[in-house]
Design a protein around this ligand. Sequence first.
Ligand code: DGL
Length: 261
Amino acid sequence: MAKIGVFDSGIGGLSILNEALIEAPGNDYLYLADSANTPYGEKSTDWVTSRSLALCSWLIDQECDAIVVACNTATAQAIAQIRETFPQKVIIGVEPGIKPAAQQSFKKIVGVLATQNTLASDKFKQLLASLLTNCEFIQQAGVGLVPLIEQGLLSGPSIESLLHQYIDPMIDQGADTLVLGCTHYPFLQPVIDHIYGEKLHIIDTSSAVIKQMCRLVPITDTKSGSVGFYSTSQGDSLLGLAKKLLNRHQLIDARAHTVHI
Ligand code: DGL
């Protein structure tokens, strides 16, 4: 059974872990949230890179065979250095699903909601440049959303007012498709669906990320593995949110730990 480390600045990567538990339950998972330092979305590239390397190094010390960088921001800013530093490990990243969005948008106008750092990164600019498409992308930083989601707020006036501020102008410009370019945002999909209904088709790449993980780390076990939760702030609160957000039977016996990295 493979041991897989999954990390994010906080609880966002749980949207990726959720897919992993559905599609690849036969692995052991260590979920690591850098909750003491969330959010990453507006921190410097050097900071995010050195932090990501420290978290990966810790996961490797726990004998992880592979690491899922379940954070668009850390992938955009640090995955090249992570792969260079740990060449012997399988490293899987995430990126905004602009390619499927361009294919699926009828009007060829797509909104991209991601962190400021993801949108400003060279990696994202290269991804945009690599698409041979006539699709227009309306880019918007979701400043302020992650801290609210970290508190477990997934609906209500503060979330809805930020969503209106960021998404209404996309709709006004004709967008019919929205890319969720931050792993925290899939937890807002119910409220986005509630506000915009059929006006917006949502693109979330969590499932594609886990399919790629399964190609690189083939599942060898049929029985379910274990899941452990590690937070640089409060392990218990991470586990509480994970149980509430994922509602999976695999988490009944999961343990929480607070770690200092
Ligand atoms: N969940 C992360 C991402 O996908 C990080 C967001 C943040 O910490 O600002 O970008």
